[in-house]
Design a binder for this molecule. Structure first.
Ligand code: KIV
Ligand code: ZN
Length: 562
């Protein structure tokens, strides 16, 4: 990289000896506030239209948000009309509070109060910039001037609320010292105390103090230090609800949120999937699911994440990245063979041990908890390893291939992947299995058969096999007697010169396809050339399933010999 880094001023962490947040653990959900419809929306190339915003709002309500920032009604007519539509159409549930943002400027505050007329529960969120940089470059004001803007704003907000006393509106307040993390901490504390006083905040009617990491400019621990400093230095803290609003410029929005909660934040503002100005806001879905995966109830419902993602993508025209935590297309997919093997063992362990906990390596959460299925957990590519294909057959189609058969079928799948030059979908894996084992009727085809048992009267039973085997364009009647169906069938094969196949063992299990249940039999033979061979038979008759499996193995040996 060309030299250029010298032009950047490093962030100066605040001294905070005796900080306590590193020892804290997140054990309860904060109050969540979605700012998707404001911070998220204002960062879109094409902001949402009325219908899109309404649909998104309804989705946020379904997820469980009780506080939703719906817009900036004084900023544009569209924003104003959208807010009116939500109120006039009665779309805001009684237990949901809408939040509106406004700069601490008198005419904008006036317009905002006009826009919220008739809403039951509202948070009027006003802000002004307080950071050292903004004061120097944008406002050219000293701190006294900045405090005056906030206090005048607070007084007007209070006055306009009082004027609506008879209107049955429940109006609460939020103040943000914008760019809080770039503000000297004593200035941030001071301005917020003045605002609390101007609003007559009390423990019964606390004011939300929202402390934005407007541009993330330091490691997340620095933000956590600032939050802890603020919480421990604010006079009359019980009059305030401490809220955080992290952005993601260094890619640490989620981390900064988590550390801020540890440092004392009671409320979090962010967006679902992290859309927002520049690199976005803190991703509330990820913060919430991180809690969930630690056994903490996030009090938000992401059990239908694919649907949420679909609505998000349609409304914002943004894409959720394939590797996005919890939501990405690929996040429950294991490509590596050793990962697949471990996951496989994890599922087996869960089933056999009956553990009440989620204990599967490489899968931090149960995909089903976010509306994903086990089926796509493993995708098959040429690196998947022999267990991967067997896992798909088991998980997606209910076929439990015996372990000794895994290398053979694994090699078939690997070859097909190499040929296709891509990964295979589960249905393609099944189709390979079908072609290789289930629909192979040449050179030997059993056209009819009869099996019956004869008892000597002394407890010894002999099984008789009689049937017609078609090969070399002719039907051959065959018969044999043995101590079981498999033995009898081998004896019958001998009568037409099919010899030199040694039976090793077989596995069978039932499989349900639709209403009818079938037996699947896996036959392991050693062929005339000493090679290991597998055959699979499937039939509603368990004996015929094994016999079909033997013919399958023999047919396959002929196919490979040809
Ligand atoms: O990022 C920010 O500082 C904001 C404020 C307006 C709260 O969005
Ligand atoms: Zn923001």
């Amino acid at each position: 990289m060309k030299q250029g880094f010298q032009k950047y001023i490093p962030f100066r962490p605040i001294p905070l000896p005796g900080r306590t947040w590193p020892d804290k653990v997140i054990d309860k959900a904060p109050v969540w506030c979605s700012v998707d419809l404001r911070d998220g929306n204002q960062a879109l190339i094409n902001p949402m239209n009325l219908e899109e915003k309404i649909r998104f709002f309804q989705m946020l309500v379904e997820i469980g948000f009780k506080e939703i920032e719906v817009g900036f009604p004084s900023a544009s007519e569209t924003e104003y009309e959208i807010l009116r539509a939500l109120i006039d159409r009665g779309l805001i549930p009684d237990d949901v509070t809408i939040q509106v943002l406004v700069q601490a400027r008198p005419h904008l505050i006036q317009k905002t109060f006009e826009a919220i007329e008739g809403a039951k529960n509202v948070i009027v969120h006003f802000y002004n910039s307080t950071s050292t940089l903004q004061r120097k470059i944008v406002f050219q004001k000293d701190m006294e001037g900045i405090i005056d803007i906030a206090v005048q704003g607070a007084k007007l907000v209070k006055e306009l609320t009082n004027a609506r006393e008879d209107k049955k509106m429940h109006i609460r307040y939020e103040y943000s010292p914008e760019s809080f993390s770039g503000t000297e901490m004593d200035n941030a504390v001071r301005i917020c105390e003045e605002v609390l006083d101007a609003l007559d905040a009390t423990q019964e009617n606390p004011v939300i103090l929202n402390l934005p990491n407007t541009v993330e400019g330091a490691t997340p621990n620095c933000y956590a230090d600032q939050i802890e400093y603020f919480c421990t230095h604010l006079k009359g803290k019980e009059r305030a609800i401490i809220s955080v609003h992290p952005h993601n410029d260094r890619g640490c929005g989620v981390a900064a949120t988590e550390l801020a909660i540890m440092a004392g934040a009671q409320r979090v503002e962010g967006t679902v999937f992290g859309n927002g100005e520049r690199t976005g806001n803190a991703d509330i879905m990820v913060v919430a699911m991180n809690m969930y995966s630690q056994g903490v109830d996030p009090r938000l419902d992401f059990s239908n994440l694919p649907k949420i993602k679909e609505i998000y993508e349609q409304s914002t025209k943004m894409k959720v990245h394939e590797r996005h935590p919890y939501a990405g297309e690929l996040v429950f997919t294991a490509f590596s063979g050793s990962h697949q093997d471990a996951i496989n063992k994890g599922y087996a362990y869960m089933q056999n041990s009956g553990t009440p906990y989620w204990e599967i390596p490489y899968l931090p959460i149960d995909p089903a908890d976010v509306g994903r299925e086990y089926e796509p957990v493993i995708r098959i590519n040429s690196q998947s390893g022999k267990g991967g294909a067997a896992f798909v057959m088991q998980q997606s189609f209910g076929y439990s291939l015996p372990k000794e058969m895994h290398p053979e079928f694994g090699a078939i799948v690997k070859h097909a992947c190499d040929q296709a030059g891509r990964e295979l979908r589960p249905e393609e894996v099944f189709s390979l299995f079908e072609t290789e084992y289930l629909i192979i009727h040449r050179p030997y085809n059993l056209k009819s058969y009869k099996l019956f048992e004869e008892n000597s009267g002394e407890g010894d039973a002999a099984v008789h096999f009689e049937g017609v085997l078609r090969f070399e364009h002719e039907d051959h009647a065959i018969s044999g007697v043995g101590n079981g169906p498999i033995d009898a069938f081998f004896k019958a094969l001998k009568t037409v010169g099919i010899t030199n196949y040694t039976f090793v063992n077989y596995h069978e299990h039932a499989i349900s396809s639709g209403a009818d249940s079938k037996a699947v039999s896996y036959i392991h033979l050693i062929g005339p050339d000493g090679r290991t061979l597998f055959g699979v038979g499937r039939d509603s008759n368990i004996s015929l399933a094994s016999i079909k499996g033997i013919i399958c193995a023999i047919n396959r040996s002929k196919k490979t010999a040809e």
